[in-house]
Design a protein around this ligand. Structure first.
Ligand code: ADP
Ligand code: MG
Length: 685
């Protein structure tokens, strides 16, 4: 049960003044559904505005607050802007300009003859000074002065800064005072303020210690939760699994295992033979051959007369895993099924029945395989094809389906910098596929300016006409999803005009059936070109696709580019990756793309990406989705994670775990950051 003290923070956003269904939509898009989400919706930056009485004292391009008296309203003919002519104290003229259908607003806010405080950016238009769409217009000097420094928040369509700031302010008033969960000496050493002071503070000004404190909270919550998972796992009784190898011997693999694959399988076998449940991470770059390792592990469970499950992050991947495994299992007599959220009615019931009576030995699916309505006869092993950005712990909770705790194998294709491995996987055992199957050729990677689109399409045409397949990836970023989607659709339309029926489109907002149909046409080779947003990022395996075009490559993280590039170079043919870049690139962006050209070593890319992004690019870091953290930046992770780990360990090993007084506070922290699966484990174990 969540401690009562936190209830105000978990109240729904629509309990605030002025929030109705219409406003909820853009808020939900930003994930701001509860009071606490708003309080933790941190500003990207602050605008500073200077209050002036005299426009001559202000520079063009400056953000100002100025008292202006309205002289005249000027509507233009047709679709021209609506202008409000004003003057300052000394008679200097300044026009306030509104585009679109804003004349009603303008007349209401700025009546002729009245004085108003106007906040906005001063610009020059011909000979005239102007402010276009001022950010604030108020009657009160006090209110105007409060706008001298303002937070700039990440927005979604349908929200304004003012609206969002108002809601955040309402949320901050509701913060309870909570007991301190950080080690007192740490607080003293860093000079940090209390949580309920730090949170409002970071909305007011760029306050690094306050922000660090909040980041530390998040890191501590994560470290604690992972430690609890680990401790609970150690105390659990699982069942040792040992197979006789009979099924594995029947597999018809078209290749010999690499040394790394064989070693990983041995490590897994060793873990499974123990009575403490396995908690192992299989880390291997794209194309390193994790699937067959997963299958071997699953077969050990089946050989031992029990059941195994493979959890995939998306439908497409679940389907593909299922197909691959089914083919490999032909002739073994192993019963394998696919279960996703889309299975309904009789078909679904038959599967559920088979899982309960044990006639189905392996199930592959999305999170649907762990819904309450699904029970297993004897689930002994769960393989999680991890999309690295989800916390493992939560998945582990999902996995608690068996009578006894099942063994868990998590897989990740993302090379994680060492600093982050600890954050994400705590103290899991790790097997590494550090060797690619033989015969892989380097992918020829080139950075091409968007201006050379004609050449790119020409090369694509030769490629397709030569009988090969290709991917074309368009960026999709949360904050301008609609624009990005439109751009992807427009690209699809032009490519389709050129290449006809052989082009298919896949994006996240399509109906799953349509998405699968398009994917299937591509996998079957009927479609030659797959235009996609990043849904193909993880795991899709089409060895005959040998060309990858990535549009606006500079907008992707290196890790993501690496994943995408890994979709090609999977067969024996030479593969090419074209990174299309815009003409204006920052120095960092240039370096990052150069690095992609230089190396195909995922670990090196991950480490260097961390270096390159360093400080400054806080925004990019936070939204890149490369870490399980919302608040802590890569820098803060690097700086504070080891401390958070030590702090967590001390609390658990020396200070009485979650039962002492600080433990009570730590419990609040776990709930606050929704790592309460840690607490639940403790209770269950
Ligand atoms: P991952 O999931 O690690 O990205 P996959 O398991 O999808 O990689 O394997 C990538 C490709 O390599 C597949 O086509 C697979 O059949 C092939 N493969 C896997 N192991 C070997 C091996 N030892 N030798 C040759 N090819 C292999
Ligand atoms: Mg895979």
């Amino acid at each position: 049960m969540r401690p009562e003290a936190l209830n105000p923070l978990f109240a729904e956003t629509d309990s605030l003044d002025g929030v109705g269904p219409k406003l909820m939509r853009p808020l939900e898009k930003l994930g701001l559904t509860r009071i606490k989400d708003l309080a933790y919706h941190l500003p990207d930056r602050f605008v500073e505005r200077r209050a002036v009485t005299d426009l001559d004292a202000a520079g063009v391009g400056e953000n100002i607050i100025v008292a202006l008296t309205v002289r005249e309203h000027r509507a233009s003919a047709g679709r021209g802007p609506f202008r409000v002519v004003c003057e300052d104290e000394r008679g200097t003229i300044c026009t306030i300009t509104y585009f679109g259908r804003a004349s009603y607003t303008a007349r209401k806010l700025l009546p002729v003859g009245e004085m108003r405080w106007v906040a906005g950016k001063l610009e020059q238009y011909g000979q005239m000074l102007q402010i276009v769409h001022p950010e604030h217009v108020t009657q009160s000097a006090a209110e105007a002065m409060a706008q001298a420094r303002e937070a700039v928040y990440p927005l979604s369509e349908g929200l304004t800064q003012g609206r969002l700031a108002g809601l955040v302010a309402q949320a901050l008033v509701l913060l309870p005072e909570l007991p301190e969960w950080i080690e007192p000496s740490q607080i003293a050493k860093s000079g940090w303020m209390a949580w309920h002071e730090a949170l409002p503070e970071v909305h007011k000004a760029k306050n690094e210690p306050a922000r660090d404190r909040l980041a530390y909270d998040e890191l501590l919550a994560n470290a604690l939760a992972l430690m609890l998972v680990r401790a609970s796992n150690r105390s659990q009784r699982g069942t040792p699994l040992s197979g006789d190898g009979s099924l594995r011997a029947k597999l018809h693999l078209p290749f010999a295992l690499t040394g790394a694959q064989a070693r990983s399988i041995r490590e897994i076998e060793g873990d499974l033979a123990q009575s403490a449940p396995m908690l192992r991470l299989l880390q291997g770059d794209v194309g390193s051959g994790k699937t067959v390792v997963a299958l071997s592990a699953l077969l050990i469970a089946v050989e031992a007369g029990r059941q195994g499950a493979l959890l995939a992050p998306t439908e497409i991947l679940a389907r593909q895993h299922y197909e691959t495994l089914r083919q490999m299992l032909e002739g073994t007599g192993v019963e394998i099924v696919l279960l996703t959220g889309r299975d309904k009615g009789k078909a679904r019931e038959a599967i559920l029945m088979g899982l309960v009576d044990g006639s189905i030995q392996i199930v592959v699916g999305t999170h649907a395989i762990f819904q309450d309505s699904v029970s297993y006869r004897d689930l002994a092993l769960v393989v999680i094809d991890e999309q690295h950005r989800f916390g493992v712990g939560q998945r582990l909770m999902l996995a608690r389906k068996g009578r006894r705790t099942p063994h868990t194998l998590a897989m990740t294709a993302t090379p994680i910098p060492r600093t982050l491995t600890l954050a994400q996987y705590g103290e899991m055992e790790v097997s590494q596929l550090d060797e690619l199957p033989p015969g892989r050729q380097a992918i020829d990677t080139r950075v091409v300016s968007l201006e050379r689109m004609g050449d790119v399409v020409g090369a694509l045409a030769r490629h397709i006409e030569g009988g090969q397949q290709a991917y074309w990836v368009c960026p999709m970023v949360n904050e301008n999803e609609n624009e990005d989607l439109a751009a992807a659709e427009a690209r699809y339309a032009t490519l389709r005009e050129r290449f006809g029926e052989t082009v298919v489109l896949v994006h996240g907002q399509m109906r799953p059936e349509a998405k699968d149909a398009a994917m299937e046409r591509f996998v079957a080779g009927e479609a030659r070109l797959l235009v996609a947003t990043t849904v193909i990022e993880v795991g899709v395996n089409v060895p005959s696709a040998t060309l990858m075009v990535i549009e606006q490559a500079e907008r992707f993280g290196l890790a993501q580019l690496h994943q995408l590039r890994g979709r090609v170079g999977r067969g024996s043919e030479k593969s090419t990756c074209l990174l299309l870049r815009s003409d204006k690139l920052s120095e960092t962006a240039r370096q990052r793309l150069a690095l992609m050209r230089e190396t195909q070593d995922g670990f090196r890319l991950a480490e260097e990406d961390l270096q390159l992004r360093g400080g400054g690019e806080l925004l990019g870091t936070r939204q890149s989705g490369d870490t399980p953290f919302r608040i802590a930046s890569l820098d803060q992770i690097a700086k504070y994670l080891p401390m958070a780990h030590d702090d967590a360990r001390l609390l658990i090993e020396r200070d009485g775990g979650l039962d002492g007084p600080r433990g009570e506070a730590a419990r609040l922290l776990l709930y606050l950051f929704e790592r309460d699966w840690g607490v639940q484990l403790l209770r269950g174990g």
